[in-house]
Ligand binder design. Structure first.
Ligand code: 9MR
Length: 853
């Protein structure tokens, strides 16, 4: 039945009805924010309305209130207030638009008789005073009996358009605020209306001019709607901290040039997973006091716990022990769809170190990461993955039940909880949601990858993974179209996915790589996705709902039984997608390898950037082509500050980092005694759909790459999740491996350097021998190093030596230009030094690292 119209409409006020809307989220379609209510009334969105349980026995109307703040009123302007309401018993409430602070002067006050039938109320008033922070309040107290009041379609029109939010974007000179690899590409973007190229100056850490050049006029950037220039200083390869770029009197944030800028990011990005483990105490010895916390969702009150979780009514009649795993994001949900892709990418970070020539497994190994299992003989990164894999397997429907072998889509709270809330404080009931084909295939794929990676460390676990995976695969074949309900989004996200062709491809690929069995291979080859690079690697990136690319990357990199021709098909999907991402990066004002159709930066756009970087990294591993590496590094620059907001999206990295991401217990912004997100947490990033009320208030009309705000309540632009941090870990690992050279090193064993010195007061003599330990002649050769101290070479023999600052290059004399396999060249020099003249320990021969020994 439709709502009745009630309330008196006063004499019409000019323009009121047509004026701009001043209420945010008045239809509650975006949840409850920014609405608030007094602590004695709990409120939630029920069937699209906001319903509050008002307690019995309060004295004054204002003893219980539902309200919204921050309303902009202009003196002399007419306003129309309207809303629909009903209650479980007829009650009279007071509706006010007033000052939000003493003396609470009201611009509008009405008493509204609410009945059990929905009625629409409408009031007009003219504001007497300017107030840019007025309050709309429904004062519901003063009643002997308890009742429930439901509100909908709350609207206040009139006045002026709400002010346009102007983000503080700092300097218009945009660079990677962490820094650039010594030998890698180095470019930035300058926001300016200037139609002509401008001079740029790179200032060295000591303030001296390190380089100059001119910008290139790019023109209008569609992602920011700004006119911009770009600039490039790739040729500068002198390491240092505190460089800046100045253009037209504007100076960038400081940044480094160096070899070892991303080791900490690799470890921090992975620590994210330990921090967000469910069912285990987070240990201060591993993460520091600030981040330590009790275990969440074990069966200790007020938690109802994950030890014995029933299904939603009517879904099943068993309970499951689903303790463990990782919390998905800012919420305490644990989802198999999304949990699967996340653990797969953590495993892929490790697996790359087994397959890519220049990847180093050591920093991911036993005793290297923040996990409590360190020292158990298994690489730490696999220990972290095991925590989640164990949970995924617990979500499988037990044998003997109707959908045996399928995986429950998710487990989470019955209702949404508020922020802040530590996991062990969550009082909500936990429920299992129906199994889905997508979840089942996530389990099949991740389980298959688990089986091959854990084999050598824990054969029993590998067996358990493989059994879970093959059982899941069979169950998915038997139930290929069981989809999650898109409206099942109370207390947790829906993660609905009505196309599982990609999950079938991914799972078949992983099972084939692990087992070599022909039926999996047939599924891969018969899939409509096989060979379709555009579908397997969409322009906007792989994501939790589009996982085929994960399977393709495994097939392309991990040894398997595809024929050479079949493998070529897979690899060409990877390289043609990477070509497209590289071209997108080339064409982008901010160098980012992400160009979704119509510039639709979506929810979690930063993970689209990261996943395209993963594909570029694999293409680079496969081919060695620098353009892929450069485009990947362009993505890193974008994420760390070279972007329209001058924002580093990774907590703890860069001068202007995101640190108020939406998270229930890293909620410093709401409660100063809680920490900010741990370093290495990547924000979801710009999202043109701005589904949350904070974004809707502040970001109205935003340009695509600027639809972001570092506010804890902006869950649509500023959440953090396992599936976004997983590709960050992959990328950080790749970039750290890339290290000094900015390019893969030639075989590091192909040469050795010995370096000895005799020192005396004020001077030294050094002798250098370079041995070719490889099987091919090196000709010509060029050895470079840098002095740590103030050495100056004054005289040299048996090679031509040049020195610029601390950088030294030695080239052959006329007779020793070739070093045969097993042969060597020796040369020496004298120099002066006022200090300790420490011998250099790092050398490069023809650009590749040469071991000292
Ligand atoms: O990452 C998800 C994004 O692709 C969806 O558009 C969005 C709305 O359904 O949900 C995102 O996932 C959220 C999930 O539903 C609940 N936990 C937090 C996730 C990240 O915001």
């Amino acid at each position: 039945m439709g709502a009745l119209i009630a309330g008196l409409v006063a004499a019409p006020t000019a323009g009121a009805a047509e004026g701009p809307e001043q209420i945010t989220n008045g239809d509650f379609s975006a949840g409850t924010a920014p609405w608030w209510w007094t602590a004695n009334s709990s409120a939630a969105v029920v069937d699209g309305e906001l319903c509050a349980d008002v307690p019995a026995g309060t004295t004054n109307p204002w003893d219980a209130i539902i309200g919204q703040d921050g309303i902009d009123l202009l003196a002399g302007e007419g306003y129309e207030l309207s809303f629909t309401a009903h209650a479980t018993t007829p009650v009279t409430i007071r509706t006010t638009v007033q000052m939000a602070v003493e003396p609470w002067t009201a611009e509008h006050l009405s008493t509204d008789r609410i009945t059990t039938e929905p009625q629409t109320f409408s009031h007009t008033f003219t504001a007497k005073a300017d107030n840019d922070a007025a309050q709309l309040g429904f004062q519901t107290g003063g009643h002997a009996e308890a009742y429930t009041l439901c509100l909908d379609d709350v609207s206040l029109t009139g006045g002026a358009e709400p002010p346009v939010y102007q983000p503080d974007t700092g300097s218009p000179v945009r660079i990677n605020q962490v820094g650039y690899l010594t030998e890698g590409p180095k470019s930035g973007t300058f926001v300016t209306e200037a139609p002509q190229p401008l001079a740029w100056t790179l200032k060295a850490p000591d303030g001296s001019t390190a380089a100059t050049g001119t910008t290139k006029v790019f023109g209008e950037d569609p992602t920011s709607r700004q006119h911009v220039h770009t600039f490039d200083f790739s040729r500068i390869t002198k390491a240092g901290e505190g460089y800046t770029v100045t253009i037209a009197g504007e100076t960038s944030e400081p940044f480094s040039i160096g070899d070892d800028l991303y080791a900490r990011l690799r470890s921090d990005a992975l620590a994210y997973f330990y921090h967000n483990r469910s069912g285990i105490e987070i240990d201060a010895d591993l993460v520091g006091e600030e981040y330590a916390r009790p275990a969440g969702h074990l069966n200790a009150a007020p938690n109802q716990g994950d030890g014995d979780v029933p299904c939603q009514p009517g879904v099943c009649d068993y309970t499951l022990d689903v303790r463990g795993g990782w919390y998905d994001a800012g919420d305490h949900g644990k989802y198999v769809v999304n949990g699967g892709i996340s653990v797969a990418q953590v495993m892929a970070t490790y697996e790359r170190t087994l397959t890519a020539e220049n990847a180093d497994g050591e920093p991911l190994g036993d005793g290297r990461l923040r996990v409590p299992e360190r020292g158990n003989g298994t690489p730490d990164i696999l220990d972290e993955a095991a925590w989640q894999l164990d949970f995924l397997m617990k979500m499988q429907v037990p044998a003997g039940e109707e959908l045996a072998g399928m995986a429950h889509h998710k487990v989470h709270d019955e209702k949404w909880t508020g922020l802040p809330m530590l996991p062990h404080q969550d009082p909500q009931k936990r429920l299992l949601h129906p199994p889905s084909t997508a979840a089942t295939l996530n389990l099949a794929a991740a389980g298959a990858q688990c089986a091959r990676l854990f084999r050598q460390y824990d054969a029993a676990f590998a067996d358990r993974c493989l059994t879970a995976a093959t059982t899941a695969w069979q169950a998915a074949l038997a139930h290929p179209e069981v989809y999650a309900n898109p409206n099942d989004n109370v207390g947790g996200g829906a993660y609905e996915d009505n196309d599982v062709t990609d999950e079938f491809y991914w799972a078949a690929a992983e099972l084939f790589v692990t087992t070599g069995q022909d039926d999996y291979r047939r599924h891969v080859l018969d899939s409509p996705l096989h060979g379709d690079a555009d579908k397997v690697f969409p322009r906007g990136g792989m994501w939790w709902g589009g996982t085929a690319g994960l399977g393709a990357l495994s097939l392309a990199t991990v040894e398997n039984d595809l024929t050479a021709a079949e493998l070529a098909t897979v690899r060409s999907m990877v390289t043609s997608a990477a070509d497209r991402y590289a071209a997108d990066a080339q064409a982008a004002a901010y160098g980012v390898p992400y160009a979704p159709e119509d510039n639709r930066y979506v929810w979690g756009s930063n993970s689209g950037v990261l996943n395209n970087m993963v594909v570029l990294g694999v293409a680079h591993d496969l081919t060695g082509e620098a353009k892929y590496r450069d485009a990947l590094l362009g993505g890193l620059d974008y994420l760390l500050g070279r972007n329209p907001l001058n924002q580093s999206y990774v907590t703890g990295y860069g001068e202007r980092d995101s640190h108020n991401q939406h998270h229930r217990h890293w909620a410093h912004q709401l409660n100063p005694s809680l920490p900010n997100p741990a370093p290495g947490s990547v924000a979801g990033g710009p999202n043109v759909d701005i589904q949350d009320p904070v974004a809707q208030i502040k970001l109205r009309g935003c340009a695509p790459a600027m639809c972001y705000i570092d506010d804890i309540e902006s869950w649509a632009t500023n959440e953090i999740t396992i599936n976004w941090n997983a590709p960050l870990a992959w990328v950080a690992s790749y970039v750290d491996d890339l290290g000094a050279s900015g390019a893969p090193d030639p075989d590091p064993a192909a040469c050795k350097v010995s370096y000895t010195s005799d020192r005396w007061n004020g001077g030294f003599t050094s002798r250098v021998t370079v041995v070719n330990t490889g099987t091919e002649a090196i000709s010509p050769w060029e050895l470079t190093w840098s002095f740590a101290d103030d050495q100056r070479i004054t005289h040299h023999w048996s090679s031509r030596i040049t020195q610029t600052g601390q950088e030294v290059t030695a080239r052959p004399a006329s007779w020793n230009g070739t070093i045969p396999p097993g042969g060597s060249v020796a040369f020496g020099f004298n120099g002066t030094s006022g200090g300790r003249a420490a011998d250099p320990t790092a050398f490069k021969l023809n650009g590749g690292t040469c071991a000292l020994g």
